[in-house]
Design a protein around this ligand. Structure first.
Ligand code: ADP
Ligand code: MG
Length: 337
């Protein structure tokens, strides 16, 4: 017999988990993105002990057909894309079919779901099915993750303090909530409410909820478009700045992405109004044909490749620069409130 053998599904899921499930915040992000893809209108996230004790995400989305549940926990099984063409035209947040099997390979996952007619509950631990039973539930899905990294001690050791892990969860939730003002979110940690959004499709209201109403009053709205991109969002007045760029949130087709060129394009729009090394608070929504975006760059899908990125950056800089020109002539409505 040769020396090469195929790894067991449990082991290959654990290897994938190394990339997909870096820390508690990654679990929150993946589960909430699944809830968004299921067209939920209300998504509640409950956390105990910075996610190490429990992460629970409850949604009112379309649920999973109980017959599909074994596949939901199988790697590279997804309901979101079918063929190669779809891969270059992704409309959902997920598509790799990796999150649930990865999380379930390094934790205890208890998933209850109902599609409105049938419901089921699955308990998977370290990649092994422990228990399954029929469940009654209103339409939607509830996923509870406990004992995270119980079987990967090295990963557990690498975790930062609970306060740091919790702040990463809060950041992830804030980014998602900013990108989806049409959905009502709650985030509760050890019974304390950290975020609540109304789901009224009002991004400025979400900004106010996260950064405070006084900051929201110092934001200017902007809007622009060219043949390929539509952009809109809010930028802070030059007097309201931060020492790092974490407060510039870029949402591309509903997905929070990290892209320094876009951050720079926003900063360039301020011309000389910002002090060197200072960054604004900003949220930018970019809509474009999904075929112009390659999201298949990294398992977490936070870095993406955008065709015509330079054209997009020019549009952003010009739109914001013009907005400030306009602002000097006509005081913004928001600032008069
Ligand atoms: P992906 O999101 O890339 O498809 P996941 O492993 O995250 O892969 O989820 C696997 C499948 O399970 C999804 O394609 C979806 O059909 C189903 N699923 C997961 N979470 C939910 C949810 N909250 N509501 C409805 N379906 C879900
Ligand atoms: Mg997913």
């Amino acid at each position: 017999m040769g020396a090469i053998h195929k790894l067991s599904p449990i082991l290959s899921n654990q290897i994938a988990a190394g990339e997909v499930v870096e820390r508690p915040a990654s679990v929150v992000k993946e589960l909430v993105e699944n809830s968004i893809d299921a067209h939920s209108t209300q998504i509640d996230v409950n956390i105990s002990d910075a996610g190490f004790k429990m992460i629970q995400v409850i949604d009112d989305g379309r649920g999973i057909d109980p017959k599909d549940l074994p596949l939901a926990f199988t790697r590279h099984a997804t309901s979101k894309i079918i063929d190669r063409r779809d891969l270059f035209n992704v409309h959902s947040l997920g598509f790799r079919g990796e999150a649930l099997p990865s999380i379930a390979s390094v934790a205890d996952v208890d998933l209850k779901t109902s599609n409105g007619t049938e419901g089921a509950e699955y308990h998977v631990r370290g990649g092994k099915l422990i228990d399954r039973k029929p469940a009654e539930l209103r339409r939607g899905t509830s996923v509870s993750v406990s004992n995270l990294f119980f079987n990967t001690p090295a990963r557990l050791k690498y975790m930062k303090t609970p306060a740091t892990e919790l702040s990463k969860i809060t950041d992830a939730m804030n980014q998602i909530a900013l990108g989806h003002p049409e959905i009502s979110f709650t985030l509760v940690h050890n019974q304390r409410e950290l975020l609540r959004t109304a789901g009224r499709n009002d991004q400025l209201q979400v900004i106010g909820g996260i950064y405070g109403a006084s900051k929201a009053h110092k934001m200017l709205s902007f809007k622009g478009a060219d043949l390929d991109f539509k952009i809109n969002g809010y930028v802070s007045l030059p007097e309201l700045t931060r020492a790092n760029r974490n407060y510039v949130v870029v949402i591309l087709n509903g997905r929070f992405v990290k892209n320094y060129s876009i951050v720079k394009a926003i900063v360039d729009g301020y011309k000389s109004k910002l002090m060197v090394g200072r960054y604004p608070i900003a949220v930018i929504n970019i809509q474009t044909d999904p075929t112009l975006v390659d999201v298949n760059v990294h398992p977490t899908k936070q870095s993406v490749r955008i065709s015509k990125e330079e054209q997009l950056c020019t549009l952003i800089t010009n739109t914001i620069a013009e907005r400030f020109l306009h602002q000097n002539l006509i005081p913004d409505v928001m600032n008069q409130q």
